[in-house]
Design a binder for this molecule. Sequence first.
Ligand code: ZN
Length: 546
Amino acid sequence: MSALRISGGRIHDPANGVDGEVRDLCVEHGRVVADVGPEARQIDARGMVVLPGGVDIHAHIAGPKVTAARKLSPDDRRDDPLERTELLRSGTGGLVPSTFATGYRYSLLGYTTVVEAAAPPLAARHVLSELSDTPMIDKAFLLLMGNNQVIFELIREGDPQRLRDAIGWWLAATGGYGVKLVNPGGVELWRQRNAAVESIDDDVKGFGVTPRQVLEAIGGAVHELGLPHPVHIHANNLGLPGNADTTLATMRTLAGVETHFAHIQFHSYGGQPGGQPRSRAAEILDHLHAHPEVTVDVGQVMFGEAMTMTADGGLSARLRDLTSGKWINHDTEVETGCGIVPYTYAESSYVHSLQWGIGLELFLLAKNPWQVMLSTDHPNGGSFLSYPKLIRLLMDHSFREDQLGRANQRAIRRTALLDGLDREYTLNEIAIITRAAPARRLGLTHKGHLGVGADADVTIYNDLADREEMFATPRYVLKGGELVVEDGELRQVEDGVLLSARAPYDPEVEQVLEPLFGDRYTVAFQHYPVHDPALREPARIVEAGR
Ligand SMILES: [Zn+2]
């Protein structure tokens, strides 16, 4: 790979304390370097803004639920075809793009790393196949463990070392990057008796564990193992009025443990079950401000079409009751549920406008942007293609006022958004919530910054007053030092690597797991791990340990 000098751009690299400094940035052999020779190619970036490549810490782009959503929405996809060109594969876009389209469109937005946030370990082959088909970006996936019946047994036995060994084994067996808990214990309860969790001390019938025990055991194990990314939590009772109680109870039981809470907007509601929600964003933020070991991504709702897809099968059943339209609900034996429901967020709706407003409250009232990262929980709150509009909402107070005026006013009056909340995010703060903070939280030391030795994943923007237009159309995108996007068009296709995490484990744990698998899975234990190297390469392994 040839050397390149990006000259005269305004660099925002908050991880290295650089806030708008005008200087050259040099890359060679896929990395940022201190300098390059005079023969290096040059990009004239004078007047432009230079950021690290975007890092999406929570999205849904690969695996059986994503495939199911594609099957459910042929109309949406038919309306957005991608033509084959000499460089590009054909594909379909819409809310749930095909694998190739997903990679292309993230790259066109200046994103270079994306995490698939909810993969059933049993479906790792499927997830890996689709991720290896997804070009342009580096990618990782998180393993669903919060409703796994074998893991419930290990938790009930109460041997923390054995649980740590099992998590290490699961990462090795699948190529996963981290551990995800979705409605811990609650999916199993819903599958058994169509009931929601009332508190994190509910008994998960037949397993002798509670959501609190699952949270503490797995959260503690991930912490002790020192995985590069802490336990990633979709708390119980997503979307239900009054769920802030559950969210805060979950946060308190894990106080002192490194944790990442996903799409926290959906978990910040006051009110009574069955009634109308109200905002409790401020209380959630109070906890964050007192607990630097906690981070969140917002899961912002954007008005318009969305596709809800979740391992939280009970949530999908509730959403389906609201929409009465088509849906899918399917089970992954032993491990998790899955539901897909197409959904529309309407400005006229009290609840949808409140959700939208709570997301903005979380961004705008947060004291420390390193703790509050940008996501729409793609495609649950809206497509990743709406990130530029969301960035404009955060950076442009007058635009936000205009959009506030279109939303349901009864809902907006019940947020803090009309209380003189005129904060405008700076470019450095945007660089934190879309790059530096997610990379740091994922333990990706080569990403999210532009220091010497960093991956040469770089996005260069024209400095436009319309921040939506600016972030929708980067002038240049570099992936691993290669110029892949120029003026809104893909110039070169790169594969990207699979990011996997590895933790040491005692192989004797297989003697424990094999009979438990034999009792429950229809898949033979020896056929469960993904041995096919073609599915797991090219890979970059991140070792556990602090
Ligand atoms: Zn999600």
